[in-house]
Design a protein around this ligand. Sequence first.
Ligand SMILES: [Zn+2]
Ligand SMILES: [Zn+2]
Length: 267
Amino acid sequence: MWKICATCGVEHDAAAETCRICADERQWVPAAGQLWSELRELAESGRRARVEEVEPDLFGLTVTPKVGIGQRSHLIRTPAGILMWDVPGYVDQDAADQVRALGEVAAIVASHPHHYGAQVEWSRMLGGVPVYAAAADMEWIARPDPVIRSWQDRLDILPGITIRQVGGHFPGSAVAHWANGAGALFTADTVQSNPDRNSVTFMRSYPNRIPLSAAVVDRITRTLTEFEFDRLYDNFGNTIDSNARTAIQHSADRYIAWVRGDYDHLT
Ligand SMILES: [Zn+2]
Ligand SMILES: [Zn+2]
């Protein structure tokens, strides 16, 4: 039987003794040590998935009470099928039915290993949907399965939707671009939205507050100039509703200036 890490919500083979994702310097292991859970146990504790419309053809998927770090997944609907972008660490029949009611899921892609969630189990519940994982991060797959395919650099996964590897937080960290309206960028924590709803940041670890270098932030930002977009959606339901492309550039300029020492006189 496979199992789920109770701290990060990522599925593992039964034989796993520790969760490497949590033991890694980007995450954390609880004071009580490694804790495992199983779907049945989570179901019995009253977990429930909820799908909400965010904008036309875009839906947010959350599980309450939260499993793992409690990310919001996104379902982006195109005429050729739905992309599930980031994956909850929980699934049940009701959750799968809610997603299927929106249309056929054509692909499951996590932005990075923290959001692999129960991706193989979601694939099975949705009829064997392919799961794409960045080649650079395959070492973090803890429940290998033939349904998982590797990709790198750039993947035009559905009409109007491109997955782009930009690295940083993880070498394979990616964003999804949706060429709908003025364009939307799904950044998870590859580029994370700030509480001011007008700026973003870039980090190797958010919980342990490990920064990235100016060179990496510059590289990420330059790569994102390939895309036109005005909205940004991160992994916790935080958004930038307009001018997100400008907000990323301003935020990167500010970040780089701070780590370069331009503002040391203020400290
Ligand atoms: Zn974990
Ligand atoms: Zn992360």
